[in-house]
Design a binder for this molecule. Sequence first.
Ligand code: SF4
Ligand code: SF4
Length: 369
Amino acid sequence: MQYRRLPHGEKKERFSTLGLGLGGIQQAPAEEIESAVRLAVDNGINFFDLCAGGAGVYEPFGKAIRGRREQVFFQLHFGAVYNEAGEYGWSRDPEEIRRTFQWEMEMLGTEYADFGFLHCVDEMQDLEELMDSGVLAYLQALKGQGRIRHIGFSSHTPAVAQRALDTGLMDMMMFSLNPAYDLEQGDELGIGTVSERAQLLQRCQALGVGVSVMKPFHGGKLLDASASPFGVAMTPFQCLQYAMDRPGVLSVVPGVRGMQDLRDLLGFLQADPEEKDYSLIARFTPKEVTGSCVYCNHCQPCPAGIDIGLVNKYYDLACAGDQMAADHYRKLSVKANACIGCGHCDKRCPFHVTQKDRMQTIRQYFEGK
Ligand code: SF4
Ligand code: SF4
């Protein structure tokens, strides 16, 4: 398992790149939910999203993490509420949101949540309502008391997410992310242009705001050729790797329906690089976007030992003003100046990136800094 640090967090706040969402498991018996969470933690998953799971997931989740609370991190959504039947719903009523948080803490048997999220900040009005009604102030107060460790938000809309980032209060953003949405071929939740979506992630990385990913499989559509907007099925592992390679992403939180789904998902940890190679999306990439590196590393191996995807990611982020990415680049043991111009990457790149030339551009950029 790979772990990534929350830039605004403490050293110990390192999250598994493969996380778990509990949104799909609510139909399973409580014992199975508890066993699934234990199995996930035993296999190194330490990051969870509890949104939309229904009221029934809290108690078994709490039982599963008892005794190892400090090893586990989870997101709670302020605005996700549950009716008497335990069904997930949605509220902007500050009193209901407060009551839900108290109830969640009791069910989970813990004193704190790692993340308190403004829930579903999709319209400007959502953000204004959550601020005007005092929900954001409530999160700030909880953070001051140590009852939540960080503030974040979930969104599907780049323009609104940018406004949430403008507050300067965010440590984490949950965002819907998959190749269909990023290539403007998704559904109504795939909002924003290719560049708006890319700029949002780059800004998160530059600000040190972590990203957790929802909808990595486009609600399962990408896994089914007849439902996929591309007309070709991707594998879950390809979708997961795609999301993990986007700037700022710390953890991807796919849902599972039960133990069998979880076991299948854990196969990702043993999968070889070929199984995770998502370069087939090059076939569906619009002409205006080809020529841009998507950091997929399909062009490997580089005889000079350059991690081509990573070098390109750091370069793009540095150009967008991310000083930390520039520092990361400088710490690489093999940089763009190691390129011997063999052209192997140019031949291998399905996105038609002229990488050999780009390595020279990257070298000159950092040497000139
Ligand atoms: S140059 Fe092409 S193949 Fe290599 S990482 Fe970039 S997009 Fe992927
Ligand atoms: S051209 Fe440079 S970056 Fe590309 S494979 Fe050859 S040495 Fe590596």
